[in-house]
Design a protein around this ligand. Structure first.
Ligand SMILES: Cc1cc2nc3c(=O)[nH]c(=O)nc-3n(C[C@H](O)[C@H](O)[C@H](O)COP(=O)(O)O)c2cc1C
Length: 254
């Protein structure tokens, strides 16, 4: 069973909506993949959130670091804060020190998606600067596939890029996610699911082949030991026969 965990922070719900599209994408690739959607704990007091006109949080369970160790891959989504990830998400990742010291996230996969208020507000730098966390944990970064629809089109404002899907929210966070952004987010989910599944399933095949080889080597060793033993016995018998037929009585007594 392949397991993917989507973890988000979203203040005005755009990243949450992207996450839902990404989840749909992973499901279209393979409905048997186990997908769980979480949010990181909020670090701002309600008083501040109210002043920022933040709507109620999405109804998602709160992630704990150990949940990451159970998954084969993660999709991390967050809005930009000054061109990098928000403190809320950073605080969550800073709680993964014990997973780092145990190497628990080595060879797992991660993709990133984000949102900005403005067209050039930092979607690329937000993903790029998040990669240090992945590198330190030994997590393999999965970018978007290179040939996505709409990347070369300039007839409408569009979020996302090679680093991951994204949306542009407008400075008052009132712009809804466009259909093209939704489509790209779905593609990200699908592509990510494909990469993770290929690795997990391929790894199992390699393990089975390794076990098969080990047991066939064991059989060969047993067979070769038996052969050596039976050759030695035959030689002993031959020798004794030789003695019986060819040698004089005195030699036999020796
Ligand atoms: C403190 C702060 C810093 C921000 N920095 C940026 C920024 O550097 N670039 C940008 O385009 N938008 C910036 N924004 C806007 C948010 O990225 C935007 O509200 C967010 O993408 C909306 O996503 P959400 O609906 O999931 O919360 C900032 C917002 C806040 C509150």
């Amino acid at each position: 069973m392949v397991k993917i965990v989507i973890v988000i922070y979203s203040m005005y719900t755009h990243v949450y909506q992207l996450a839902q599209e990404i989840k749909k994408g992973t499901e279209t690739f393979d409905s048997s993949i186990e997908i769980e959607l979480y949010q990181v704990p909020e670090t701002l007091p309600q008083e501040v959130l109210t002043k920022m006109h933040a709507p109620p949080k999405p109804e998602l369970p709160i992630i704990t670091a150990d949940k990451l160790a159970e998954a084969d891959g993660f999709l991390f989504g967050f809005p930009t804060r000054f061109g990098s990830m928000p403190a809320q998400f950073k605080a969550f990742l800073d709680s993964t020190g014990h997973l780092w010291s145990g190497g628990s996230l080595n060879n797992k996969f991660a993709g990133i998606f984000s949102s900005t208020a403005t067209q050039h507000g930092g979607q690329e730098t937000t993903a790029f600067t998040a990669i240090t966390y992945l590198a330190h944990h030994g997590i393999i970064f999965v970018p978007l596939v290179s040939k996505l629809p709409y990347f070369g089109q300039t007839d409408e404002v569009i979020g996302g890029g090679p680093w991951g899907s994204g949306t542009i929210t407008g400075s008052d966070a009132s712009r809804p996610i466009s259909d093209r952004e939704k489509e790209i987010a779905k593609d990200q989910g699908k592509h990510f699911a494909q990469v993770v599944s290929t690795y997990v399933k391929g790894k199992k095949v390699i393990e089975i082949e390794k076990k098969k080889k080990e047991s066939s080597d064991e059989i060969k060793t047993v067979e070769s030991n038996n052969l050596t033993r039976s050759t030695t016995n035959t030689e002993k018998k031959k020798k004794s026969k030789k003695n019986w037929f060819c040698c004089g009585k005195d030699e036999l007594l020796d």
